[in-house]
Design a protein around this ligand. Structure first.
Ligand SMILES: Cc1cc2nc3c(=O)[nH]c(=O)nc-3n(C[C@H](O)[C@H](O)[C@H](O)COP(=O)(O)OP(=O)(O)OC[C@H]3O[C@@H](n4cnc5c(N)ncnc54)[C@H](O)[C@@H]3O)c2cc1C
Length: 432
């Protein structure tokens, strides 16, 4: 059965699928594939825009390998099976009085898919999901099982937290969670020039700061989410309003605008300005994961680069100037987020405080020139592409962008010399 990703940008015809339901079964699936000379890829939820999970060999579907293995309420350490989705994880953590310190903006991904590509949210003092991992269990090319953490096999731990599935199949992931917390959300339109002038202040002064900018509009939507103690913050958002704001305005109404723009491209710029002009303010309090996560029902394609934080304003200035000259107009907003430097070898924020710039286009609209323009701007400042979002970088470029790239390849060579876990995307980004 053909496999396809969420955005429709990648598909593959695996020789067969296998549904392991234990660590042993993952090992058996790998050794059985080896006997037939087939490669192996683990499938997450298919939410990468890159063909990271695509395989013509054996596709390991881990949707039957889910749930919490153990949870320690004192240390807030929680071990989950690798096929667990972030949605399931959040629901379980809720019942335990725990939460993830930071998350991206959807919850459909599997925990292992998310960490394998360096999925992140926003917060100048916080890292992506892989930085919240404190232990991993990995099934290797020969079917054996190895564990790693900061104390046990530390090089493997540095390499395996973000590995695009190149080292083996993650079986379990141990997460450092935190006590459940409430976020006060403040979302409001603001002139883009003001947002850029106050970027450093906003990034430093909020737990989670990000903004969206429609390329032809003057306004940005600024989102600032901060931790509060119980009753201190704004009221919760009533269910009907949440439905209206997120389902009707951000999905149904925006989806209708996008369809109009796709049918009549001449309307895209005015519609884009209309979308920017009608942004409205909302403030509310909610459990952290309800604030981090929003529904994304309008399909799009995306590229995202992490750039050194100090380069962000130059990158946006160039993008702003370049986008006006594109033959094909852009329907979707640009999203800007921040993260703290971390120590995960292939994390896009490795060793430097980073700003993330994500560009999008509505599915079915031309995007190649826009993405090429953006990539040339982002790479001119040493930008690192998100492993799960569209880019054209190869191993030669990535070697220059990641100080520990050679160390990662060394670990890969020692664990998977016969390239059991290879696919064309890994060949592009890691070389042979
Ligand atoms: C609507 C939407 C919103 C998004 N929002 C964000 C966001 O806010 N922040 C962000 O950073 N990214 C975001 N992304 C990107 C997304 O988080 C990543 O691409 C993520 O990898 C998807 O997880 P998945 O479970 O779908 O994994 P897949 O895309 O299915 O797989 C990703 C990689 O992980 C590997 N993998 C999966 N499971 C295992 C395993 N058990 N062992 C070893 N390797 C494994 C796969 O082989 C593949 O290489 C978004 C994507 C979409 C479509």
């Amino acid at each position: 059965m053909t496999w396809q990703n969420w955005a429709g940008t990648a598909s593959a015809d695996p020789a067969r699928r296998s549904w392991p339901r234990s660590t042993e079964e993952i090992g058996h699936a790998i050794t059985a594939a080896a006997k037939e000379g087939l490669t192996v890829r683990a499938l997450g939820s298919g939410h990468s825009f890159t063909p990271a999970a695509a395989t013509s060999g054996v596709a390991l579907d881990l949707s039957g390998w889910t749930g919490v293995v153990s949870a320690d309420l004192d240390s807030a350490l929680v071990t989950v099976r690798s096929g667990t989705t972030i949605k399931e994880l959040n629901a379980t953590l809720d019942t335990l009085g725990l939460a993830m310190a930071n998350l991206g903006d959807i919850d459909a991904q599997t925990v292992s898919g998310a960490i394998s590509t360096g999925t992140h949210g926003t917060g100048a003092g916080l890292g992506g999901i892989a930085t919240q991992v404190v232990g991993l269990e990995l099934v290797l090319a020969d079917g054996s099982v190895v564990s790693c953490s900061a104390d046990e096999n530390p090089d493997l731990f540095s390499a395996a937290r973000v590995s695009v599935g190149a080292l083996g199949v993650l079986s379990t992931v141990t997460l450092q969670c935190v006590p459940a917390f409430t976020l006060a959300a403040d979302e409001r339109p603001m002139g883009l020039d003001e947002v850029l002038a106050r970027f450093g202040e906003f990034a430093a002064g909020n737990d989670h700061f990000e903004f969206y900018w429609f390329p032809y509009g003057k306004n940005a939507l600024v989102k600032r989410n901060n931790r509060i103690n119980g009753a201190d913050g704004p009221d919760a958002m009533p269910g009907w309003r949440r439905f209206f704001e997120y389902e009707v305005m951000e999905n149904a109404a925006f989806g209708a605008l996008c369809r109009t723009g796709r049918a009549v491209p001449a309307t895209i710029k005015p519609l884009n300005r209309l979308a920017a002009a009608t942004l409205s303010k909302r403030t509310y309090s909610a459990p952290s994961h309800e604030v981090f996560v929003t529904p994304r029902r309008v399909r799009f394609v995306e590229s995202e680069y992490a750039v050194p934080r100090e380069s962000l304003l130059d990158v946006l200035a160039e993008l702003r100037a370049g986008v006006t000259g594109l033959a094909d107009p852009v329907m979707f907003p640009v999203e800007v987020r921040v993260a703290a430097a971390d120590d995960v070898w292939l994390s896009t924020a490795y060793g430097r405080d980073s700003a993330y710039v994500a560009i999008h286009q509505y599915v079915g609209l031309p995007y190649a020139d826009y993405f090429r323009l953006f990539e040339s701007i982002a790479t001119s400042v040493g930008g690192r592409p998100h492993w799960g979002k569209m880019h054209t970088r190869d191993a030669a470029y990535l070697r220059s962008a990641y100080p520990r790239f050679a160390d990662f390849l060394r670990v890969r060579d020692s664990l998977d010399p016969s390239r059991r876990f290879a696919n064309p995307y890994l060949q592009q980004v890691f070389g042979d």
